[in-house]
Design a protein around this ligand. Structure first.
Ligand SMILES: [Ca+2]
Length: 479
């Protein structure tokens, strides 16, 4: 029996080999042959999202106090957007817009999560919305979400359910940087399993390390990494290494904030070195941006007016660049308005996928503008809605309308002549106000009511009251 088997083995092996070859041949007859050059057309994509970082808190936008040499170098290798917007002035809705390529009001995601959202699977970006991770995964990308999530607290809405093969981070909106667990939303998880605090050092470094191991592991495939650092969001935690580099800033709060930004810069530099070491830098896209304008304390949005939470430029205009050595010319500054929603279709097109098939998208493919020299405007109109219209803004051409709850009135700015929003011209141009209000109403008619609400309206009132009180207190008391 054994000798018969031995005699037959070569035959069995031959049949198996033949079948294998045959299968391969059939497969290649039905599918386009993937040569090395077509493989190369699919770039790796890394989104580096920071949290509450101000427009001017990077060297490439003029910061002279915060060391950001890695970000500055990589920005120079690509395209810096001098009018790069996000779709919301604070965390959760802005992330929902970026990840879906849609105005998040389309699906009622206007607010941060209410307390105890972890118990409610209807609070957050619904699974029916297609995230960029899902679109790229369909094309064979390996996908990872690393860092802060904040678009669905309930475990059913965590990244592994939204097209991410790998997830390392925390579900909520903020967390201490030491990784000390504090309830379900402030615990570091790896694919749903809690990570021991002993394994963690400083979250910004830990997130970088996780991204580097993902790159080293998946470098054989095209990959997509959504790296959402929670820095420089509060709490103000830093390590000696980074504090040493910002000790020249003689204002304590700003020096800690700057150290947190420097930790991100250090991380992006280490990721860049990893790409170089693996020989994949040239065909890797790095998109860098903040999720909203700089926070009211320690950040710098100058020269823009306002900060996180507001629809003045300082609340929605962010440091923003895209680099892609093989696909984009470096040393570019692109001035026409663009928005974070544009990343989704831009990435699809960069990966050789026709983005018009995703007809739900509000974003625009930027490649014709930054790669092929199209000189028209990517966006004729842009809109922002906060808490179901509690505040809203519309930009058409150079005019920007802002229905401001902070200022309790509707303001109009001519951004061409007044980019810093110093002069409200609403009373000079009532017809423009009417036109922009009408455009907003039309746009909003295709949106959903907010699915849940947050305390932003009360906070706006409190904040503005405090702001006015400080100013009034400075005046000479009436006798
Ligand atoms: Ca934020």
């Amino acid at each position: 029996m054994l000798s018969l088997l031995k005699k037959l083995l070569p035959l069995v092996a031959f049949i198996m080999l033949f079948n294998c070859n045959n299968t391969t041949k059939e497969k290649s007859a039905n599918e386009p042959e993937k040569t090395e050059s077509t493989e190369k057309k699919q770039p790796n994509i890394i989104v580096v999202l920071t949290d509450d970082q101000g427009w001017a808190d990077v060297g490439f936008n003029g910061a002279t106090d915060i060391p950001t040499s890695n970000l500055d170098r990589i920005a120079k290798e690509g395209v810096i957007f001098s009018n790069g917007y996000v779709s919301h002035p604070y965390c959760s809705p802005s992330r929902a817009g970026l990840l879906t390529g849609r105005y998040q009001a389309r699906f009622g995601h206007d607010c941060n999560m209410p307390y105890h959202g972890e118990n409610d699977a209807t609070v957050g970006t619904p699974l029916s919305e297609k995230m960029i991770s899902e679109a790229l995964k369909e094309q064979g990308y390996k996908t990872a979400a690393i860092g802060k999530w904040h678009v669905g607290d309930h475990p059913d809405l965590h990244p592994n359910a939204q097209g991410f093969d790998h997830w390392f981070g925390f579900p909520g909106g903020g967390m201490n940087f030491w990784g000390t667990p504090n309830g379900p939303l402030r615990t570091i998880l790896r694919n749903g399993e809690a990570v021991s605090e002993d394994e963690l050092s400083y979250l910004t470094d830990d997130f970088t390390d996780e991204a580097i191991s993902f790159i080293n592991r998946e470098k054989g495939h095209p990959f997509f990494i959504y790296l959402a650092y929670n820095a420089p969001h509060a709490p103000d935690h830093a390590t000696e290494k980074y504090l040493e580099r910002t000790k020249h800033i003689e204002y304590g709060g700003r020096s800690v904030y700057a150290a947190m930004v420097n930790a991100v810069d250090d991380g992006v530099g280490r990721i860049d070195s990893t790409l170089i070491a693996n020989g994949i830098k040239d065909n890797t896209i790095i998109a860098f941006l903040s999720d909203n304008g700089g926070r009211a304390e320690h950040a710098d949005n100058k020269p823009n007016r306002g900060h996180k939470g507001m629809l003045f430029e300082g609340g929605i205009k962010v440091p923003f660049f895209i680099s892609w050595p093989e696909g984009l010319k470096g040393d570019q500054v692109y001035e026409n308005p663009i928005i974070s929603l544009d990343l989704f279709p831009t990435f699809l097109e960069a990966a050789g996928i026709d983005s018009s098939k995703e007809n739900q998208l509000d974003g625009v493919n930027l490649l014709p503008f930054i790669k092929e020299g199209n000189t028209s405007q990517p966006h004729e109109k842009l809109f922002w809605r906060s808490v179901g219209g509690f505040e809203y803004a519309a930009r058409i051409g150079d005019y920007k309308l802002y229905k401001s709850a902070y200022k309790e009135k509707t303001l109009l700015f001519d951004l061409k002549n007044d980019p810093l929003e110093r002069h409200d011209v609403a009373s000079n141009h009532p017809e423009v106000v009417t036109e922009l209000e009408k455009a907003y109403t039309e746009w909003d008619s295709k949106n959903m009511e907010p699915g849940w609400v947050d305390p932003h309206p009360e906070n706006v009132i409190k904040e503005e009251k405090k702001f006015r009180a400080i100013r009034n207190k400075s005046l000479k008391k009436k006798q």
